[in-house]
Design a protein around this ligand. Structure first.
Ligand code: 1GP
Length: 237
């Protein structure tokens, strides 16, 4: 059986685009998850991401158990900090905030996560995470206390992504921030996609089917939809 990463790589090689629905455990409860999963199962989603910048609740394990029992889609943690790690998911985006210069988000949280991760079977997908300026301050910016990279810094972002690949990241995630006013510029997606050979995830502020398609056409391999689905579970109908 293919690992989660082998499947993502194979999809990229076959130019088969992937779509992740992001669920924020702060906004989803065990009692309401059932209806959402039904919608996710009927949608074109290929993955479910679970996480948020500030979540510290304790219903994560239970939420994931219910989720797993009701869908066959792979579930990847997208954690804001080590308290958001659960053995009940299938894998984890092991994030390194490459756009920032805060050592906590470059290495400290990662070191603290090791003893937790070693007790799980989670597949670990090392991910270079790059925050892009998107109109107003986003939760990632606030929580990580780092500045995003400017929207016109296209070559610098591509260089940062390539540095992530050289470091050994398996994925690059271009992030405008949840609920961003402006999504990552299409020209930036293209520049990064052309520069790196690892799969590219793009998310933040994407709220229409046209915007999803535009991100794919620009070079995204995986598009992440959070807020749009959260606000309207019929988004994909
Ligand atoms: C946030 O990229 C994700 O980390 C999704 O953003 O909520 O704006 O879709 P949205």
């Amino acid at each position: 059986m293919k690992t989660l990463y082998q499947h993502i790589k194979a999809s990229k090689n076959q130019q088969q685009k992937l779509l992740a629905i992001l669920l924020d455990p702060d906004k989803v409860s065990v009692s309401t998850i059932g209806k959402l999963v039904e919608k996710i199962n009927q949608s074109p989603a290929s993955h479910i991401f679970v996480g948020g910048s500030s979540f510290e609740g304790n219903h994560l394990n239970e939420l994931l158990k219910v989720l797993k029992s009701q869908t066959n889609l792979p579930i990847l943690l997208f954690p804001g900090n080590p308290s958001q790690i659960s053995p009940e998911a299938h894998g984890i985006l092991f994030l390194q905030l490459l756009s920032g210069r805060n050592p906590e988000y470059l290495i400290e949280h990662q070191v603290n996560a090791v003893s937790i991760l070693e007790k799980t079977q989670l597949e670990i997908l090392s991910t270079g995470y790059i925050l892009i300026e998107s109109g107003h301050e986003t939760a990632v910016e606030r929580v990580s206390q780092t500045k995003p990279i400017g929207r016109d810094q296209i070559d610098y972002v591509a260089q940062t992504a390539k540095a992530g690949e050289f470091i050994g990241n398996k994925l690059i995630y271009l992030e405008a921030g949840s609920g961003a006013q402006q999504a990552v510029p299409l020209a930036m997606i293209t520049a990064v996609a052309q520069r790196i050979s690892i799969p590219l995830i793009v998310g933040g502020g994407i709220r229409s089917r046209e915007a999803i398609e535009a991100a794919f056409s620009a070079g995204a391999d995986i598009v992440v939809i959070g807020t749009a689905f959260e606000n309207d579970p019929n988004f994909f109908d």
